[in-house]
Every structure is written in C-alpha cells, then in structure tokens.
Design a protein. Structure first.
Length: 202
C-alpha cells in the first residue's frame, strides 16, 4: 500500500528548530513527501537539532532509499540508495550526540545494521553480526555504542552492545543456557536461486 507523509512542520519547536510556539495549537499539517504521486514510507526520524527530517521510502519504485530533507525548506539535501535495492527498511535510530544513523535492514531472509553519516547519508560502517535476525534498539548517551537484539538459527534472542568505531559486537549477557548445551549447532548460509525473470531469490 502506497502512502503519503504529512507532518506539522510548524510544531513542536524541538522538531523544527525555530518554529514559533503559538503554532502548536493550530494542528495544521503540510504534505512534505512525496511532493506528488504516491510512495511507501517505511521510517521517519528527526535530527537532534530539528533541522533535518529523515524518511525511509521506496519513492514509488523498487529501490529502498533513505532521504534527508531540510525541515524548513522541504528540499532533499542528501539521499542513500540501499543495496540490494529491495532491502526492507526497518528501525532508523539517530544518535543525539553524534547525529549518526543506525539503519536496520531486512535483506531477503536475514537482517543487517548499517551506520550512516547524518549529514551526507554515506555509509560509515556495517555492524559485524552473525547471520540472523535482529535490530538496533538504542544509542548510548555518548554515541559511541549501539544496543542491539539479535538471534541466529542456533541461539535465541540475545542483547549485544556494538562498538560503532569498529563495528564489533559484544554480548551483554553471557550466563549459561543449559537447555542449549545438548542442541546441535545449526549451519546457516545464504543461497541465491535464479528467478524466472532474471532476478534472484531471496
């Protein structure tokens, strides 16, 4: 289902920097994306300074994209096209300290977390996690670490902390899990199968 995105760009002030407080009571909304037509909107976040609106979308196509929009002028100031193009855009977290963005993506049958620059949207790193599913949960106050929940075919959901500078992960809880001790290790890998239309599955 395609959708349009409307935001009250005059309020609250913490979302749009210089917005006057007396506009809060009006409840007025302005269509900001897409400018015309329809597109799917997967995610929406605001930069810590309230000057940039981040929108995860497909732009009405098969290409998943994150765009950065100037909150005042409504002009797109940066764009990042994800690879592979149909990757599912999930949780989008902006660090209040550094402005970096943690993007959770669904790539076929597994998840990925990528760190983007908050101004240019260029990818800075990809979090190193085992093949599985999960998502970024929250940034640390200093913006140097990222909390993540993650599961694999062999392990139930576990909490991790990510060193953003290196992309490496450390389990937050490491207590014994007796019920898993006698279970065989499950080997998992991604296999791409050619589709009839020239594409690949997954």
């Amino acid at each position: 289902m395609k959708s349009t995105l409307s935001i009250d760009v005059a309020a609250p002030p913490e979302l749009v920097g210089e917005a006057p407080a007396d506009h809060v009571a009006t409840g007025t909304a302005e269509r900001i994306f897409p400018e015309t037509g329809k597109a799917t909107v997967f995610a929406l976040e605001i930069s810590p300074d309230g000057k940039t609106i981040y929108i995860g979308t497909d732009n009405g196509t098969e290409q998943s994209t994150l765009i950065a929009m100037d909150a005042k002028t409504k002009k797109i100031v940066a764009k990042h096209d994800f690879v592979p193009a149909p990757a599912g855009v999930g949780q989008t977290l902006v660090s209040r300290r550094t402005g970096q963005i943690a993007m959770t993506l669904t790539v076929g049958s597994y998840s990925e977390i990528r760190i983007l620059d908050g101004k240019t949207l260029a990818q800075k790193s990809a979090v190193k996690m085992p093949l599985g599913q999960g998502a970024a949960v929250d940034w640390s106050d200093d913006g140097h670490r990222l909390a993540v929940h993650w599961s694999t075919p062999s392990t139930p959901t576990t909490l991790f902390t990510i060193d953003v500078a290196t992309g490496t992960s450390t389990a937050i809880r490491t207590e014994p899990r007796p019920t898993l001790q006698n279970m065989p290790e499950i080997e998992a890998r991604v296999v791409e199968i050619p589709a009839f239309d020239g594409g690949k599955i997954p």
